[in-house]
Write a protein that binds this ligand. Structure first.
Ligand code: NAP
Length: 259
């Protein structure tokens, strides 16, 4: 019987590396994508050794059109599982941010997700099965949070995934948005975000985030929000008028900045 293959973007650290570990433990062969080839190779070697899977390393900067197209080609050849996880957030007031860095954020968080999903779906539809998990964020649920571009990019990913969830259902292909809250990874250090005053209660571990995501995917959910605290925040946000949620988030933000 042919073995199942998962392609994971942003597999060199954090949530993506944990998807690679948990999917390898379930016997899936892997294609690991990120920019840092040395880290991908080290992870691939670890997973081959521990789980006896094959692990292909595909270094690519997904902001770059030419490099991203190579990954699109690999997806068109067919995979069973795509995790669109690579992403980052610039931190600060929008007008103060470097517009080229904002451009890169949209290209990675939005454009790459759309193009890689498109490339992966046709062969999945032909086979009548497959799964796509798009890593979004609770930051996409409410406007007014620290970085407008990041929040909007994640709102896009969640809405895109929910629509595709319905479109793909008749084809036997599952599409789900994963919306984590604060998770211990390299994300905040890369963004230069000081998390020292964020309460412990809000922090999730990658193991729990990925375990919850795979459970929710198996249950056929369109959106996965790991952790009881974030589930509660999500419900409250949906119940509150959007204007109230926006103003509250804005006040919290101004309070945090002491403006
Ligand atoms: P992370 O540890 O910083 O991992 C980000 C991954 O994306 C790395 O593997 C990085 O690898 C890769 N990446 C970054 N830019 C790339 C590019 N141009 N091309 C290809 N790969 C690139 O952060 P993480 O928290 O695991 O982030 C994963 C996803 O979770 C992101 O989409 C993020 O928005 C989302 N998320 C995170 C949190 C959180 O609190 N951590 C919460 C909600 C959502 P290289 O540097 O090797 O390219």
């Amino acid at each position: 019987m042919a073995r199942h293959v998962a392609l994971i973007t942003g597999a060199s650290s954090g949530i993506g590396a944990e998807f690679a570990r948990q999917l390898a433990a379930r016997g899936l062969d892997l294609v690991l994508v990120a920019r840092d080839e040395a880290r991908l190779s080290a992870l691939a070697a670890e997973l081959r050794e521990e789980h006896g899977v094959t692990a292909e390393v595909m270094p690519a900067d997904l902001v770059d059109d030419t490099q991203r197209r190579v990954v699109e080609q690999r997806l068109r050849a067919g995979v069973d599982f795509l995790v669109n996880n690579a992403g980052f957030g610039n931190h600060g007031d929008f007008v103060d941010l470097d517009i080229e860095a904002e451009d890169a954020e949209v290209r990675l968080n939005v454009l790459a997700v759309v193009r890689l999903t498109h490339a992966a779906l046709a062969p999945m539809i032909d086979r009548g099965k497959g799964a796509v998990v798009n890593v979004s964020s609770v930051a996409g649920l409410v406007p007014g949070l620290p970085n407008p571009t990041y929040g909007a990019s994640k709102a896009f990913v969640t809405s895109f995934s929910e629509s595709l969830h319905e479109q793909m259902r008749p084809h036997g292909v599952r599409v789900m948005a994963l919306c984590p809250g604060y998770t211990h990874t390299e994300f905040h250090a890369r963004a230069g975000i000081d998390t020292s005053s964020s309460p412990d209660l809000l922090w999730l571990d990658v193991e729990d985030v990925v375990r919850a995501a795979l459970k929710d995917l198996a249950a056929g959910r369109a959106v996965s929000v790991p952790g009881a605290v974030y589930k509660a925040i999500t419900v409250l946000t949906r119940l509150a008028p959007r204007s109230l949620a926006r103003r509250t988030a804005g006040r919290l933000r101004r309070g945090a900045m002491k403006v």
